[in-house]
Ligand binder design. Structure first.
Ligand code: ADP
Ligand code: MG
Length: 249
């Protein structure tokens, strides 16, 4: 089962994973209010569908971009008005696209670098594997194809958990500075706990960003859950969006 980005954000907040502040909206007016509540400055309006590639996507009516940086609540209202009840086509939706029923209005982050960080369950060994790359914000399959040396994999022993030396190794590979190490270790550990305790089959943070102020934040999140374990997580099961269920999965 998949969930929306705004729901993944709620889970990350519960686990103390740093994310930009934000609120979900289902009408243009709600989006305007959400932007005003965030201070009235620059925000991002993000289409909520169970597919990635939204930023570079195109709506059925020709409107460009399922993720829009806007400068004011009035512009947030306008962008949300264009996205809501419109169909967004991305490289992951197939030509039929997906109907946008909600948008996330989030604080705009000043980005220094975009990284990739994911945790997957390796079915064969039942061990979690962390996949990380300095090449974030882009399609990871493409990175794997063109520059495979820029991707690292770190296997975690589930009986021991993610160890400090592993987090340090990942931080170094991601070219994080020594002063960012503690924040990175906390973020990796929090995501790992979320992954294990929620019976995820995947958590993908693309991008994980280094902000201009030096902080590290999860800007986008795609979570996947093991359907056979969902009975243990009624709170997550409640996040199911039947309208979005992908028949291909
Ligand atoms: P998708 O992967 O579906 O295209 P993302 O959430 O990754 O959607 O957004 C696409 C891009 O938009 C990101 O790589 C990032 O550059 C930018 N972006 C997303 N959220 C924010 C934000 N809160 N602040 C600033 N830029 C953002
Ligand atoms: Mg993304």
């Amino acid at each position: 089962m998949n969930i929306h980005e705004y729901q993944a954000k709620q889970l990350m907040e519960k686990y103390g994973v740093a994310t930009p502040r934000g609120t979900v909206a289902t009408t243009a007016e709600e989006a305007e209010k959400a932007a005003a509540d965030l201070g009235g400055g620059t925000v991002v309006v993000k289409s909520q569908i169970h597919a990635g590639g939204r930023g570079k996507g195109t709506f059925r009516d020709g409107y460009q971009g399922g993720v829009k940086l806007v400068g004011s609540p009035a512009e947030a209202k306008e962008a949300a008005g264009r996205m809501l009840n419109n169909t967004l086509v991305t490289h992951q939706t197939g030509p039929e696209g997906r109907l946008v029923r909600a948008v996330l209005v989030a604080e705009a982050t000043e980005i220094e670098r975009e990284l990739y960080f994911a945790i997957l369950m390796d079915r064969a060994t039942s061990c979690p594997v962390i996949v990380a790359s300095t090449e974030g914000g882009v399609n990871i399959e493409e990175v794997a194809e063109k520059t495979p040396d820029k991707i690292v994999r770190e296997v975690v022993d589930p009986a021991i958990g993610l160890q400090g030396y592993q987090s340090r190794k990942l931080a170094k590979m991601l070219k994080l500075e020594p002063k960012q190490l503690r924040a990175a270790e906390k973020l990796f550990a929090s995501l790992y706990h979320l992954f294990m305790e929620s019976d995820c089959s995947m958590v993908e943070i693309n991008p994980l960003v280094v902000c201009k102020d030096g902080s590290i934040k999860a800007l986008d999140a795609k979570f996947n859950f093991d359907d056979n374990a969902l009975f243990r997580h009624p709170d997550i099961l409640e996040m199911r969006d039947a309208e979005e269920e992908d028949p291909r999965e």
